[in-house]
Design a protein around this ligand. Structure first.
Ligand SMILES: NC(=O)c1ccc[n+]([C@@H]2O[C@H](COP(=O)([O-])OP(=O)(O)OC[C@H]3O[C@@H](n4cnc5c(N)ncnc54)[C@H](O)[C@@H]3O)[C@@H](O)[C@H]2O)c1
Length: 258
């Protein structure tokens, strides 16, 4: 019964969302606010993050805060966490979501391009998780983290060639499991979501013929909407998932099962 009252509620929780200025992060932030959470957006697009935080705050009458940081810079991340804590009074949960994609054949990829994708998608996820884990552990606080991986951590996409992205996301899945075990005795749960093709700013610039093929290859015959990931993130962050850690929830319209 106690569980039922708390089912999918984030009432009173302060949730940090990286990459929350737009796309999946923004849609999930809005849904988190709808189920009672207060929101901190960390994004390198500061103005857009501020607009999003303001918009969500107004709509749901919640306290929100935006702070600029590049997730590849551990000092900026630590400072952003510090500022957010000062502003909000506490931090409870993390949706670690900022990421980029690069579609380019391996033979044409230069070292900077490879490094950039790994830096944002894997190192960035690590630096934010590390800073947030330190924050919780120093305060002896329980908490939960959801990292955004991708189905590309499990399968190889087609026809686009994006080895750096795929490798970075496979890294996020395994990092999630490693953190889950390392922090299990600290009361910190760490899980990941692996979306399939979702229509956001990230995928909106992709060639039309590729997008048509993606839909064809997905049993649901369509791309997902960012808000279709919100329930999964809220579940994994909430007390409803109190026995779930190290899991990767694939949400892909059936793409990876055929
Ligand atoms: N859209 C999809 O089809 C899809 C599928 C699977 C996984 N994902 C993953 O979901 C996450 C969100 O993707 P999206 O589609 O919403 O993309 P998006 O481009 O719409 O949003 C990404 C956000 O991350 C921010 N960001 C990028 N690099 C950053 C950095 N170095 N520091 C701070 N912020 C940074 C951007 O400013 C942006 O607001 C990414 O990790 C992406 O890999 C997306």
């Amino acid at each position: 019964m106690e569980m039922l009252k708390k089912l999918f509620s984030l009432e009173g929780k302060v949730v940090v969302i990286t990459g929350g200025a737009q796309g999946i992060g923004k849609a999930v932030a809005e849904h988190i606010a709808a189920v009672g959470g207060e929101i901190v957006i960390i994004d390198q697009q500061v103005e857009k993050a501020e607009e999003t935080a303001f918009e969500i705050g107004q709509k749901y009458q919640r306290k929100t805060f935006a702070v600029g940081a590049d997730v590849t810079k551990p000092e900026e991340v630590a400072l952003a966490i510090e500022k957010a804590d000062r502003e909000m009074g506490k931090l409870d949960l993390l949706f670690n979501n900022a990421g980029i994609v690069l579609q380019k054949p391996v033979v044409e990829l230069n070292p900077e391009e490879w490094r950039k994708v790994i830096d944002v998608n894997l190192n960035g996820i690590f630096f934010v998780a590390q800073a947030f884990g330190r924050y919780l552990i120093e305060r002896n606080k329980d908490g939960a983290i959801v990292n955004t991986a991708s189905m590309s951590g499990t399968i190889v996409n087609y026809p686009q060639q994006q080895a750096s992205y795929n490798a970075s996301k496979a890294g996020v899945v395994q990092l999630t499991k490693s953190l889950a075990v390392e922090w299990a005795d600290k009361g910190i749960r760490v899980n990941s979501i692996s979306p399939g093709y979702i229509f956001t700013e990230l995928t909106s610039f992709v060639r039309e013929d590729w997008r048509a093929l993606w839909k064809e290859l997905t049993p649901f015959k369509r791309m997902g909407k960012p808000e279709e990931l919100a329930g999964a993130v809220i579940y994994l962050l909430s007390e409803s998932a109190s026995f779930a850690t190290g899991t990767d929830l694939i949400i892909d319209g059936g793409f990876t099962i055929v």
